[in-house]
Ligand binder design. Structure first.
Ligand code: SAM
Length: 227
C-alpha cells in the first residue's frame, strides 16, 4: 500500500511542530519570517499571538474561509484513511494513534480558520504560489517550507524544485525545508540533484538533524543560505 494524493492536500500543523521541524530558536522567531505553503497551519496565528512577525503565502488563501473549511472536511477522512493503511511508515510516539493525529491536526486547522479573515485583512495571509511569489527581493530573513517541497516529489518536478528554491532565496536570506522525504517516507528523488545544483552555484547548504520525526526517518531539514 502506498500513499497517493491526487492534489496537494490542505493539512495544518501547530506552532510547536514548526518549532521542532525547523529547530526554531528565540532568535529565529524574532526574525522576519515567510511561511511558504503554510495552508491551514496554526503557526501564523500562534506566532502572532506572541507578538512575532510571520507572513504566510499559499494558493488556498485565494478562497473564502467557508471554502477552505469545506476542502479540509473533504480531504480529512481521505488523509486519515491513507495514514491508517500505511501506519508502518510513521513513528507513533508523541502522536499515538491515527485518531489522535486527526484531533491534533483538526485543532490546529480550527485555530487557523478562526484567524483567517482577520489575518488576511492584516496582510498575514497572502494568496500566492511557487514558483513566483508576490514579494520584493530580500523581503524576509527566513523562509520556512513545511510539507510541500520534496514531500510531493512525484507531483512536483526537479525543475519546479529548483525554480521554487531560487524564488525563496530571492525573497529571503535563508531557506529551511522539511521534510526531505516523499509521501511514502522515502528520500526524495530530487534531493541530491537539488543540493548539487545549489552547491555548484555557491549557496551554503546543509542537512540538519532536528528534534521531530513523524514519518519514519524524516528527522532532518535542508538549510540553504546565500554565500
Ligand atoms: C500538506 S499542506 C502543508 C501545510 C503546512 N505547511 C503544514 O505543514 O502544516 C501543503 C500546502 O501547500 C500548498 N501549496 C500547494 N502548491 C503550492 C505552491 N505552488 N506554492 C505554495 N504553496 C502551495 C497547499 O495549498 C497546502 O496548503
Amino acid at each position: 500500500m502506498t500513499i497517493q494524493y491526487q492534489n496537494i492536500v490542505p493539512w495544518g500543523r501547530s506552532f510547536q511542530e514548526y518549532v521542532d521541524m525547523f529547530d526554531l530558536t528565540d532568535k529565529d522567531m524574532n526574525r522576519s519570517i515567510i511561511g511558504c505553503g503554510d495552508g491551514p497551519a496554526s503557526f501564523n496565528f500562534e506566532m502572532t499571538r506572541q507578538g512575532k512577525s510571520v507572513i504566510s503565502v499559499d494558493p488556498v488563501y485565494n478562497f473564502y474561509r467557508e471554502t477552505i473549511q469545506q476542502r479540509i472536511n473533504e480531504t480529512y477522512s481521505e488523509v486519515l484513511e491513507q495514514t491508517r493503511a500505511n501506519q508502518d511508515k510513521f513513528l507513533w510516539g508523541n502522536i499515538s494513534s491515527v485518531e489522535e493525529l486527526g484531533n491534533i491536526r483538526m485543532a490546529s486547522m480550527k485555530l487557523f480558520l478562526e484567524d483567517f479573515e482577520e489575518g488576511k485583512k492584516q496582510g498575514r495571509y497572502v494568496a500566492g504560489e511557487l514558483p513566483e511569489l508576490p514579494f520584493s527581493d530580500n523581503a524576509f530573513d527566513l523562509a520556512l517550507v513545511s510539507h510541500l517541497l520534496f514531500l510531493y516529489s512525484e507531483q512536483l518536478s526537479f525543475d519546479f524544485h529548483i525554480r521554487a528554491i531560487d524564488e525563496l532565496l530571492r525573497i529571503a536570506g535563508e531557506v529551511r525545508i522539511f521534510p526531505l522525504l516523499d509521501l511514502n517516507s522515502r528520500k526524495s528523488i530530487h534531493l541530491d540533484e537539488v543540493i548539487g545544483s545549489l552547491l555548484s552555484r555557491g549557496f551554503v547548504v546543509h542537512e540538519k538533524k532536528v528534534n521531530y520525526e513523524f514519518q519514519k526517518g524524516g528527522n532532518t531539514m535542508l538549510v540553504i543560505a546565500h554565500p
